[in-house]
Write a protein that binds this ligand. Structure first.
Ligand code: ADP
Length: 515
């Protein structure tokens, strides 16, 4: 049935939607409600291997305050219109700003972009959803506050709140972003405003310093979920260390991943290496600044021999481990000696400091990330294959050499079957590793899009069969991943959803949670 809307919410008549739009406009003003395809284009573009039409929004609404969010939620309930909240709405390779199913209204919180408070002494920040990493970074610089952020790779344009509620990670000692968050304000599906932790106690000044509050700890249920719209979030920021010493350890063989992990894990667990170390595969390292077609004209997976030649030519490792030392010069010196000795004793790896590496843009980019400095260098990866297709495959592994090798072999085999390259990095947590593979493909080629979809599906099937769960997934595969965690977890998620959001208006389908 034709409609003046590019997509109607499921089960909502055009007449009802007209009425809802009229009410959103009355609350937000004409300029902050969009239904035309031109304005909705930026909320419809996806990089993931799925049909764009499956994610077409019905409208976009842009509230500027908590009260406006509440008023919009009331309208959504009245007309049973589903609403998909986004903060800075980047989420590239996970679904971008588009909803997980067709016809949802995108609630773009970009106008709520206040840095409410930064406490320089306690090292805390309280921000709204639209605050970008760049904005917070600039604020700290302008006010000469000696605190560091932790940001993900495409950081300048993304934001701490959206990234943390989707449980993204960064590269500093505070790289597990949700772990370093403290206190949330949430507009519930009923319109009530919940402050988590200590925030719900009137006159409390501990909301950003003590995470647990009293009774059940609720913050977790508002991450990767659809139980509420987070309108404020607190973060701990790291005191700028007196000295920072970034370094890289380069390894020549793919199978070296075993020794790398075995060598580094004890240092990481003992916090001699304090940051979320990244172990970058050559194709990620090279793919950030090379074009595949200029080095390999073939169609299938790039052969290992070609990758080896590129590694030699560009003097990178097959694996490149980026770490940092953070502390006083004396502390760093002690830890540097330990690291040098451990690497030497392992008999493998070339350990290089910034001075030894010299003027290398890739090292600089990694050194920046490890001190929470903004950049967008990672976008270079999208030129490796070209065509704008990217889907992150993100299984979790134990921080054990044998496990990482097994995961690498599985990923390479499955990607190879479909003609895709193994472009990956491992981000080392305390005892886990996030194995991040960028499935890069040409979205303008329907055959490649279909191959990428089938490949991603097989990756999920095979990895979960082997017991490897994914920690985050794009909006086309949320149901599939939810299933891999079993029926009990899925049903409990659903029971909570029904209890909190009886009309099922907030982000139906997010993380596989439906009413
Ligand atoms: P970023 O731009 O940092 O990548 P997004 O704003 O795209 O982050 O948010 C990532 C995902 O997190 C969104 O797709 C959405 O599902 C969820 N999300 C973002 N902001 C909120 C919020 N304020 N409340 C609830 N969920 C949110």
């Amino acid at each position: 049935m034709s409609s003046k809307y590019i997509a109607l919410p499921k089960g909502v008549s055009e007449k009802s939607f007209d009425a809802a739009i009229k009410e959103y406009r009355a609350v937000l003003g004409e300029a902050n409600v969009f239904t035309d395809s031109e304005h909705l284009a930026s909320y419809s573009k996806i990089m993931i291997p799925d049909i764009t039409e499956n994610h077409t929004p019905s409208a976009a609404i842009c509230p500027a305050s908590v009260e406006e969010v509440q008023a919009c939620v009331a309208i959504c309930n009245k007309y049973k219109v589903p609403v998909w909240p986004i903060s800075t709405g980047r989420n590239l390779g996970y679904g971008s700003a588009a909803p997980c199913s067709r016809g949802q209204v995108v609630m773009d919180l970009r106008r709520m972009n206040k840095i409410i408070e930064v406490d320089a002494e306690l090292g805390t920040a309280l921000v709204e959803p639209g605050v970008t990493f760049q904005q917070l970074y600039d604020y700290l610089q302008e006010h000469k506050i000696p605190l560091w952020l932790s940001c993900p790779a495409p950081s300048a344009i993304a934001g701490p709140l959206g990234n943390a509620v989707d449980r993204g990670v960064g590269y500093t000692p505070y790289g597990e972003h949700f772990m370093f968050s403290c206190g949330m304000e949430v507009v519930m599906p009923t319109g009530e405003v919940l402050k988590t932790g200590m925030g719900s106690l009137p006159n409390s000044n501990t909301a950003q310093v003590f995470k647990w509050g009293y009774g059940p700890y609720l913050d977790g249920i508002f991450t990767q979920s659809n139980y509420g719209i987070v309108t404020k979030m607190g973060f701990w920021l790291m005191p700028a260390p007196p000295a920072f010493k970034p370094y890289v350890i380069r390894y020549p063989e793919e199978t070296d991943i075993v020794d790398i992990v075995e060598t580094l894990r004890p240092l990481r667990m003992a916090m001699i290496i304090p940051n979320a170390v990244v172990i970058v595969h050559a194709l990620w390292e090279l793919g950030s600044f090379l074009k595949r077609s200029e080095h390999y004209p073939g169609t299938g997976t790039i052969p290992d021999s070609v990758v080896k030649d590129l590694v030699k030519k560009h003097k990178v490792g097959m694996w490149n481990v980026y770490c940092g030392l953070y502390g006083s010069p004396e502390q760093n010196e002690v830890n540097w000696n330990i690291i040098q000795n451990v690497v030497k004793a392992s008999g493998k790896g070339e350990l290089l400091t910034a001075e030894q590496v010299g003027d290398d843009p890739v090292f600089k980019y990694r050194a920046d990330l490890m001190q929470g400095k903004m950049n967008t260098a990672e976008f270079g990866l999208y030129n490796w294959r070209g065509g704008g297709g990217s889907a992150w495959f993100a299984p979790v592994s134990q921080a054990r050499g044998s496990e990482t090798l097994k995961q690498m072999d599985m990923a390479k085999r499955i990607l190879g079957k479909y003609g895709f390259d193994y472009v990956s990095e491992f981000i080392v947590g305390w005892r886990d590793m996030h194995h991040i593979v960028d499935l890069l493909y040409d979205r303008t080629d329907p055959a490649q899009l279909e191959a990428a979809r089938a490949c991603f599906d097989e990756l999920l099937t095979e990895f979960s069969k082997a017991g490897y769960g994914t920690y985050r997934v794009n909006t086309a595969f949320m149901d599939k991943v939810a299933d891999t965690y079993g029926p009990v977890k899925r049903e409990i998620n659903r029971k909570i959803k029904r209890a909190l959001d009886p009309n099922g208006i907030i982000a139906p389908g997010k993380s596989g949670i439906w009413n």
